[in-house]
Design a protein around this ligand. Structure first.
Ligand SMILES: Nc1nc2c(c(=O)[nH]1)N[C@H]1C(S)=C(S)[C@@H](COP(=O)(O)OP(=O)(O)OC[C@H]3O[C@@H](n4cnc5c(=O)[nH]c(N)nc54)[C@H](O)[C@@H]3O)O[C@H]1N2
Ligand SMILES: Nc1nc2c(c(=O)[nH]1)N[C@H]1C(S)=C(S)[C@@H](COP(=O)(O)OP(=O)(O)OC[C@H]3O[C@@H](n4cnc5c(=O)[nH]c(N)nc54)[C@H](O)[C@@H]3O)O[C@H]1N2
Ligand code: SF4
Ligand SMILES: [Mo]
Length: 803
């Protein structure tokens, strides 16, 4: 039952609800939740939605969320069930919050911008910036100006076109994308960048699942996951490593519940005992309302940060030792078995135990479960991809899947769970700093120009180029590069080197208040909003984490009559910059801007797997893109076989007196958009300047729980970075590890601390020490990077050892 104190809290004005300003260090510690979702989640989503949208708009908007004739949730990339199996409320608490953030009635209009200077807004927290509401018209910060001023669309587009035309080389422009952009917007955008002459197309994926894409392309020939929702329902075993679905992909818990109810088992591999992984109260069922819930994880492995490579290698060794492998699959479909067998025969268990921090029995127990399962799904997210050895780790997970033939059969497969709702689609559409040969050929055939062949900048290389003054125009299709990037202090400075920043945005964020010489905000429609052009009522398409592509149509009255859609903005800017396109080509920008079926026709002609695109996306529920390993066990690697790989085990060890810190999400944010200050499942509320440390480490490091510290990260070149004023709380994380929130702690992540092979910032293992704050006073949200001259203060050791 929901107890009375819990119930009365639900009826109070919501404690963690957005206040205008908070003391980020003012953190209350409560009991951790035992189960995810349930009635409390329903109450929070309704409360937040009604607070931002009012009751009528809330009802009208949420009833169309994730329905076949409605709009796609702009939260995460978790797929929807078949249209016949959807319920009335096919969304989660965090989906409702994402919708409320967009469909809010709050406005940041011209009066707002006239009132607040950019310098003033730069002192605000990410939370406060985001809470100002929707931007209502194009706003320009002119060179030397102190305030953004409203401009017409014609003037705005002219400013961008003029700046781009004035560049010495197309490579002085960078076109960033955040994974919420629709397929239509993304397709037009990459076409624009390439017709303009550059492959500088960094995207949020470079900071997210890039390690997955690189590893899977090499191992199985395609950088995407191989499962459907049904596979999860039918699996005998689901292993979830480095992911917090209760917060970040909440409806995944419904799929896991179905799996468990059908007799399947779930294993959680995570330094933190994340609530959703343990128990789930399905709010769609009466049982859930009574608060009973389903026990999800039958085994929980509290692994050390970065220990997954060692864990999966040990599992592979144990499966081979026990003969629990699919010999037939291995012989028919894989390469490299003998090298792999020889490598793991030498496995050093001491190293495995040091790297994972797990007792051998727990690893054996998971090996038993794997051996007994004929259908296993492997899920992972940022806890795996944001490490220096992330690419090798994804390959090691793939090795274990391949050993048992867990790919290309029902109830089994690889399931990297994507973040942004359309990040996978954007890559399918060609948002990538690399341009594959076949795609270049298709673009040439369709539009008649030669796309650039050199590799462009990814995110980390964009930041390096910015710091060197090589970027003059930085265009952002959504997102918040300033806050999302590592090494905040250096990033903030680097962003100021551009001549013109252009942001297509719905709401204000840090990137808008760190302008270069000039900055332009182009306000766009969101997914919930009606988009009517000359060609009629427009819809857009998106691809989820399981390669399903479908239509999304908004119906709400737009937040302002001056908003334009992302495809329209991109096509109009492209037209103004390029006319018909480069020499010899002819690109129908105006037609594409007014009717997105024109864009979908080009998608059909150029993007593999998208033939007859328009017809297929018009079907209720859309269609599934081809995936050769999943569909026919065909592996499109160079050898035509899946590649088993051999990697040395990485042991991450922080020097004495230091811990490994991961930077992750609270339950009350979407990436850099902070919804509120209640990390409910973890029982931490009120502020975000908090660092979670194991009680024994608190003692061993001589820290005092509840006190304020500066968190100092140390790096190989001797530099130190500081996040000021963080409250240490005792929390059951793996020993030697700590956890704090992104994006505040991005200041601690050195730019060069990246995954080998994918260049993804290694945000999940930064070596830190703690410095007591003098006087124990409250810290600030600001942070700073310092070259610390005090030798005695500096750690002489390598930040961590890869052995
Ligand atoms: N509500 C909400 N939903 C979201 C987002 C959001 O911010 N809010 N963001 C979206 C995006 S873009 C993404 S990419 C996804 C992110 O989804 P997640 O990957 O779940 O995001 P994180 O909060 O970074 O959590 C990482 C998880 O991995 C664990 N972990 C960290 N390091 C390790 C490790 O070395 N090994 C193992 N085994 N575990 C580790 C952490 O304890 C944590 O549980 O969520 C998407 N969905
Ligand atoms: N330390 C650390 N750093 C990380 C991570 C981490 O775990 N730790 N995670 C990384 C990951 S996984 C990711 S994906 C990146 C996220 O990087 P980004 O995708 O760049 O960041 P978001 O916070 O998702 O972007 C939010 C902004 O998008 C804009 N926006 C919202 N909706 C729309 C829309 O419909 N259209 C347009 N045009 N704009 C819109 C709003 O202005 C909002 O402020 O951060 C990465 N950075
Ligand atoms: S699980 Fe993800 S896509 Fe589904 S409703 Fe929740 S936030 Fe939206
Ligand atoms: Mo992400």
């Amino acid at each position: 039952m929901v107890d009375s104190t819990r119930m009365s809290r639900l009826l109070e004005p919501w404690r963690g609800a957005p206040r205008d300003d908070v003391d980020a260090t003012d953190v209350d510690v409560h009991e951790r939740r035992k189960a995810a979702a349930g009635i409390e989640a329903v109450a929070v989503s309704m409360n937040r939605s009604a607070g931002q949208m009012g009751p009528v708009r809330t009802l009208n908007t949420l009833r169309r969320l994730n329905q076949a004739d409605g709009f796609d949730c702009m939260g995460c990339a978790w797929p929807d069930p078949d249209p016949e199996h959807r319920s009335f409320a096919e969304f989660c608490e965090n989906g409702a919050k994402a919708v409320a953030e967009e469909a809010t009635k709050r406005k940041a209009d011209r009066a707002f911008f006239a009132h607040h200077s950019v310098a003033e807004m730069a002192t605000w927290s990410d939370f406060r910036l985001g809470q100002q509401g929707r931007i209502t018209e194009p706003m320009l910060l002119r060179e030397g100006g102190t305030h953004y001023e409203p401009v017409s669309w014609d003037e705005a587009i002219g400013v961008v076109a003029g700046a781009l035309q004035g560049l010495d080389s197309p490579d002085e422009a960078v076109f960033y994308t955040s994974g919420r952009a629709s397929n239509e917007a993304a397709y037009a955008y990459q076409l624009f960048a390439r017709a303009f002459g550059t492959n500088n197309l960094p995207d949020c994926s470079n900071m997210c699942h890039e390690s997955t894409s690189v590893a899977l392309a090499e191992a199985i020939g395609i950088g995407k996951g191989s499962v459907s929702l049904e596979d999860l329902h039918e699996a005998e075993l689901v292993v979830i490593a480095g992911q917090n679905p209760g917060t970040n992909h909440p409806r995944m818990l419904s799929a896991l519940e179905k799996c468990v109810q059908g007799g399947g088992k779930v294993v959680a591999v995570n330094p933190l005992p994340e609530t959703g992984l343990m128990k789930f109260d399905n709010p769609q069922k009466v049982k859930g309302l009574a608060g009973v819930g389903t026990d999800l994880a039958s085994l929980y492995l509290p692994i050390r940060l970065g220990g997954d490579l060692a864990l999966f290698q040990a599992l592979g060794a144990l499966l081979l030792e026990r003969g629990a492998v699919d010999e037939d699959f291995l012989a028919r479909h894989t390469n490299g078995l003998e090298e792999y067998r020889a490598h793991v025969a030498d496995l050093d268990w001491d190293v495995v135990l040091r790297a994972t921090g797990l007792p051998r029995e727990q690893i054996e127990e998971l090996a038993d479960l794997l051996a007994a399962s004929s259908r296993t799904v492997f899920c992972w997210a940022m806890g795996v991809t944001q490490h220096r050895h992330a690419v090798a780790t994804v390959k090691e997970i793939t090795n274990v899947a391949l050993l048992q033939g867990n790919i290309g059969k029902p109830g089994a497969g690889l399931c990297p769970v994507r973040g942004h709702s359309n990040v996978q689609g954007d890559r399918t559409m060609g948002i990538w700093e690399k341009l594959p040969k076949h795609y270049a050929t298709n673009l040439r055939a369709e539009f008649g120009f030669d796309p650039p062949t050199e590799r462009g900048y990814d995110v980390v290389n964009t930041l390096r180029a910015l710091a060197e003054g090589k970027v003059k125009v930085l265009f952002g299709l959504g997102g918040n590069l300033a806050s999302a990037s590592p090494d905040s202090d250096a990033t903030f400075e680097a962003l100021r080197t551009v001549d013109l920043g252009v942001q297509v945005s719905t709401k204000l964020n840090r990137t808008h208040v760190l302008p270069g010489r000039s900055m332009l905000i182009l306000p766009c429609l969101g997914r919930t909003e009606r988009d009517i052009r000359a060609g009629g009522w427009q819809g857009v398409t998106v691809e989820d984490s399981m390669s399903e592509v479908h239509l999304s149509v908004g119906r709400n009255e737009p937040a302002s009559e001056h908003l334009r859609s992302e495809p329209w903005i991109v096509c109009r800017v492209a037209e103004a910059t390029l006319g018909d396109g480069p020499e010899g080509s002819s690109i129908d920008w105006a037609a594409m801007a007014e009717d997105y079926t024109a864009i979908r026709r080009h998608i059909a002609n150029t993007v593999p797997g998208c033939e007859a695109y328009q017809e297929k996306v018009m079907r209720p529920g859309g269609f599934t893109l081809p995936h050769p390993p999943r569909d026919t066990r065909t592996f499109t690697t160079d050898s035509g076989r899946a590649e088993l790989s051999v990697s040395p085990i990485a042991v991450l060890e922080a020097p004495e007196g230091h811990l490994l810190l991961q930077t992750m999400r609270s339950h009350d944010q979407f990436n850099t958009t902070i919804y509120g200050h209640d990390d409910r499942y973890r029982g931490l509320a009120g502020g975000r300047n908090v660092v979670m440390v194991h009680p024994d480490d608190v003692t061993q490091l001589g820290l005092t729980a509840g006190e304020l510290y500066d968190v100092v990260s140390v790096w190989t070149d001797g530099s130190e970075r500081v996040a000021r004023g963080y409250r240490v709380v005792e929390y059951p994380t793996a020993r030697g590890c700590a956890a704090a929130y992104y994006p505040e702690c991005n200041v601690l992540v050195p730019l060069d601390h990246v995954a080998e092979g994918s260049n993804c910032p290694a945000s999940k293992a930064v070596v830190v020490r703690f410095a007591r704050r003098e006087g124990g006073g409250s810290g600030s949200n600001g942070s700073s990077c310092e070259a610390n001259d005090d030798e005695s203060n500096r750690s002489d050791v390598e930040p961590y050892h890869l052995s």
